[in-house]
Ligand binder design. Structure first.
Ligand code: GDP
Length: 329
């Protein structure tokens, strides 16, 4: 990380003026695991100004190849053409595990990356999912303080990343795909439960018909499973990121969802998300400590062998590990 030539309050000030290099520096600070940088990041975050009215936070998910980056590129251009300032962040659990990334770097959105009304930040390339969730949520605040009024958080349909993103955004947009035979691909049941808006992407040219009927089918299925608890039935749209087809309708659906939430509902949702994230962060930190604990490491291999030999029951082994952990600090 570059040296801080200014104090964090000055960086926060530059952020609020929309200074791009200050924004980049601030995000780098919140992503850093270095305790010194974290201390600077904390000061910086507390010096940030909150936007006057709530920004629009949208999560975007779908399997690799569904067209997320193409969609965000066009959607982002449509929004900036309409006077919005758009921040793009990404959560990529593959980069957390392997250091390699499914989502890749910012070259995936070449146009938006150089658009003066947009700020595209590639996903952090290391850290735990909990850590990445924390830095992404802080990066979101930095972008909002810098005047970006629409924040798009992209994620792939892998592991826990979708539920993590769902706890950070106002509206969760799921991109699906139709193929000949109207078969829907890449849609996990759990994902539909957290989706606020669904769009069957690549509904251009020869795929249009299949997309339309897939959308109808899915809409009917959603109507069936919708318990009416929240009162919101996720609309299923069709669109094409590549051609820009019906992206305005996707934006309108996001707007309708916000209207449905209302200002109070939106704030209440954000507050409960904040608490959910709090708990997630605690659990993530505890897990990391458990992995790091030398006292646990000292007994783990032996306990594992005993369990594998059938000499020890899981509950007893778990007790032993927890006892070692508790005694280590
Ligand atoms: P991601 O992995 O979800 O980010 O998907 P990409 O945006 O990289 O797109 C994967 C492939 O699908 C690329 O070859 C795109 O050109 C293509 N693609 C993306 N959007 C559309 C679309 O709306 N229509 C069609 N026909 N192809 C698309």
């Amino acid at each position: 990380m570059a040296h801080w030539r200014q104090d964090p309050e000055a960086v926060a000030q530059a952020v609020s003026q929309g200074d791009r290099s200050a924004v980049a520096q601030a995000i780098t600070a919140v992503e850093s695991t270095n305790p010194k940088h974290q201390a600077l990041a904390r000061r910086l975050l507390s010096a940030l100004t909150e936007p006057e009215s709530p920004t629009v936070r949208v999560g975007i998910s779908g399997v690799p190849g569904v067209g997320k980056s193409t969609f965000i590129e066009s959607f982002g251009r449509m929004l900036t053409d309409n006077g919005h300032r758009v921040g793009v962040l990404a959560i990529d659990p593959s980069s957390v595990r392997t250091g390699g990334s499914v989502l890749g770097d910012k070259t995936r959105m070449p146009e938006l990356s150089v658009n003066p009304s947009a700020f595209v930040r590639p996903s952090p390339s290391s850290g735990t999912l909990g850590g990445v969730a924390k830095s992404t949520s802080q990066a979101m605040r930095i972008l909002e303080a810098a005047g970006y009024d629409v924040i798009l958080v992209e994620t792939v349909g892998v592991g826990q990343s979708e539920t993590t993103v769902a706890t950070m955004v106002d509206t969760f947009l799921f991109l699906g795909l139709a193929r000949t035979g109207d078969q829907l691909q890449g849609i996990k049941k759990g994902v539909l439960e957290i989706a606020d808006v669904v769009a069957i992407n690549k509904a251009d040219g020869e795929f249009e018909k299949a997309a339309m009927s897939a959308a109808r089918e899915l809409q009917a299925a959603l109507r069936m499973v919708n318990t009416g608890q929240s009162g919101w039935l996720p609309p299923v749209l069709t669109c094409a990121g590549l051609t820009g087809l019906r992206l305005d309708e996707v934006w309108e659906a996001i707007g309708s969802h916000r209207e449905f939430l209302g200002t109070d509902g939106l704030l209440a949702k954000r507050h409960s998300q904040e608490w959910e994230l709090t708990e997630k962060l605690v659990i993530a930190e505890l897990e990391a400590r458990l992995q790091r604990s030398s006292a646990v490491q000292a007994v783990r291999a032996d306990l594992r062998r005993q369990v594998f030999d059938g000499a020890l029951a899981a509950a007893t082994a778990a007790d032993e590990i927890l006892r070692a952990f508790d005694s280590s600090d």
